[in-house]
Design a protein around this ligand. Structure first.
Ligand code: NAP
Length: 288
């Protein structure tokens, strides 16, 4: 089978060029999109993600501020900082890097972020808009939006397709299911208790795995010609970054497949940039 490799890195680069032009147009109107990133503690993976987000902002001309807070900081102090950033007109988006230390209530932190600056789209009200199918007008959650974009730009039709999503997290699986329903797919969402996972996956025209378990999706679980999207990010025994999908075998069966790295990851960062620029644009529109 002639399998198409869905090159997220390349598509993300194209999108960054478009975003850069948008940022320039805003700057001509005196608006500089700004992203504030809050990171609490010393989680090494989180530090890498934050560094990548900051670098991506610089690439497209978005200004960024990183607040590195110590592990033992109180919830009240984080909320105080968020409240200050909510009022700051130079800040278009606020992102709190997860996970947070155990003594911090993640939900309370998310609720403290101004809806209009919730560029991760974690706030219940923003997620509610996706539930109602209003998402396109507001923010979209970054990883699911990146997945839909990579499919769209690769001309993989969603309408009428059987989509199977493995994983039901609030960050990926659940919002992705809503967005796929809104896009006209017939959706099955699987979790760790799902019976006959293989059988369900075999029914997929588009199979998406967002679990965090290397090698979970094997070739015998994939229908000939299916499109496969691998969200998983895992370290194998050699410390190499791998997805959930057995890429070498599945790519012999799938019509299209995302690699790890270089698939969904770069698209997620680009969607964050898009949301930040959208927030700045909405602010500019209000001024004019
Ligand atoms: P999560 O919150 O841990 O959720 C994992 C989901 O997988 C859960 O719903 C869980 O089911 C399900 N699951 C676990 N084992 C399973 C099994 N054997 N069969 C079927 N389902 C199973 O993880 P997440 O935050 O969604 O992230 C998932 C993966 O995507 C991770 O590797 C993460 O690093 C990666 N990720 C990548 C990006 C990116 O930009 N590339 C962004 C976000 C996440 P239960 O609900 O029943 O426990």
């Amino acid at each position: 089978m002639d399998t198409k490799i869905l090159d997220g890195k390349k598509i993300a680069q194209e999108l960054k060029t478009e975003i850069k032009s948008e940022v320039l147009r805003l700057k001509e109107k005196g608006i500089v999109p700004g992203l504030a990133v809050i990171i609490v503690g010393e989680d090494s993976a989180s530090k890498i993600y934050v560094k990548n987000k900051k670098r991506a902002c610089e690439e497209v001309g978005i200004s960024s501020e990183v607040y590195e807070l110590e592990e033992k900081i109180s919830q009240e102090e984080i909320i105080k900082l968020i409240t200050k950033l909510n009022k700051d007109e130079t800040i278009s988006g606020i992102l709190v890097q997860l996970p947070l230390p155990k003594h911090i209530d993640k939900e309370k932190i998310i609720l403290a972020i101004d809806l209009k600056k919730d560029v991760d789209c974690f706030h219940p009200e923003n997620i509610g808009k996706i539930f109602l199918g209003l998402g396109q007008e507001f923010f979209l959650p970054c990883t699911p939006a990146g997945i839909l974009e990579i499919l769209k730009r690769s001309e993989i039709e969603i309408i009428g397709k059987d989509v199977v999503i493995v994983g039901r997290s609030n960050i990926v699986g659940k919002p992705l299911a809503l967005m796929m329903i809104n896009a006209g797919a017939t959706v099955t969402v699987c979790n760790s208790k799902t019976k006959n996972l293989k059988e369900k996956c075999l029914g997929a025209d588009i199979l998406i795995s967002a679990v965090g378990h290397a090698g979970l999706i094997t070739a015998d679980m994939v229908k000939q010609g299916a499109a496969v999207v691998d969200v998983g990010m895992n370290r194998n025994n050699e410390g190499k970054l791998v997805g959930d999908v057995d890429f070498s075998e599945v790519s012999k069966i799938a019509s299209a497949i995302t690699p790890v790295p270089g698939g969904v990851g770069p698209m997620t960062v680009v969607e964050l940039l898009k949301n930040t620029v959208k927030s700045a644009k909405d602010f500019a529109d209000k001024l004019s």
